[in-house]
Design a protein around this ligand. Structure first.
Ligand SMILES: N[C@@H](CCC(=O)N[C@@H](CS)C(=O)NCC(=O)O)C(=O)O
Length: 282
């Protein structure tokens, strides 16, 4: 497996507050100040160590892009393993029977690994106190959760059905990819999914953002990262995004800088590649 160690949190990326920076629990438990008390001041405070993260990922995937953006924006020292071609190997399946990426490895987890992009971001934000990305107040947190569940359960299936055929993803667990229906029927289903995107997309704007720059308020939350990453795929079908969505994506990229642009570059590069292939064979 190819291993790439990413540089996390560039200049423009969000800095993790020292309080939020995690160290491996076993080593640091005794050094942790009591709740509510600040750490004793030392003459020369060492720069906070970035929390380590082991992530198996696929570069062309927006499910992966969400976690990769979050890891960089939150300042993790992320070691990324490119799992392309390995997700169905016996070794991978022994750890992750769902054979999915993104997947993190963490000794604190009951089974040592965790998949599902939103669950990964929720876990890391909880573990490291990253409230800027995932508010702690129950009502605010509920809105972020609702936006993410709505995305995974409603918007994403439409986006997948509309874009996966054009992206050349063979393993989509949906009717477009797997059914043995006539190609015309598949094309009809793809078009219907494309048409269905507009309604849930508008819900993110009118209900979840509700006049705020981001679902998270002034700062992008994990739901915003998940939404912006999802919308990246729509370029492959030349989907006409509404003006607000284009501005919203640009605002997230501006706010998160390299943390967003680098993983987005992998997705955009893949889209450019499949489009050039499609042109060449036309
Ligand atoms: N709902 C999941 C979707 C994960 C997913 O579909 N991952 C795909 C890449 S986009 C994958 O790893 N596929 C490899 C395989 O099934 O072997 C998430 O948000 O993480």
């Amino acid at each position: 497996m190819a291993k790439t160690v990413t540089k996390s949190a560039g200049k423009s990326a969000v800095k993790v507050k020292p309080k939020a920076v995690a160290k491996p629990a076993a080593k640091t438990a005794s050094a942790k100040p009591a709740a509510g008390k600040s750490a004793p001041k030392t003459a020369k405070a060492k720069p906070a160590k970035k929390p380590a993260l082991k992530l198996s990922m696929l570069k062309p995937s927006v499910n992966n892009m969400a976690v990769r953006v979050f890891a960089r924006a939150a300042g993790f020292d992320a070691a990324e393993t490119d799992a392309w071609g390995h997700t169905r190997s016996p070794e991978y399946i022994a750890r992750n029977p769902a054979h999915l990426t993104p997947m993190i490895e963490d000794k604190g987890l009951p089974r040592g690994v965790l998949w599902e992009s939103c669950a990964i971001m929720q876990y890391l934000a909880n573990k490291h106190g990253l409230e800027k990305f995932y508010p702690k107040a129950p009502a605010k947190r509920a809105m972020v959760d609702s936006a993410m569940f709505y995305l995974i359960g409603t918007l994403y299936p439409y986006v997948a059905r509309a874009t996966y055929p054009a992206l050349g993803f063979p393993h989509y667990a949906g009717e477009v990819g797997h059914s043995d229906a006539h190609p015309d029927k598949k094309s009809e289903a793809q078009k219907a999914a494309m048409a269905a995107i507009a309604e849930p997309l508008e819900v993110f704007h009118s209900f979840f953002r509700d006049g705020k720059p981001f679902i998270g308020g002034k700062h992008p939350s994990i739901a915003d990262i998940r939404l912006a990453a999802t919308l990246e795929f729509l370029a492959v079908i030349d989907y006409a995004l509404p003006k607000w969505a284009k501005e919203y994506m640009a605002a997230i990229e501006k706010k998160l800088g390299k943390a967003y642009a680098e993983p987005a570059g992998d997705v955009r590069g893949y889209i450019a590649y499949v489009r050039s292939q499609a042109k060449a064979s036309a």
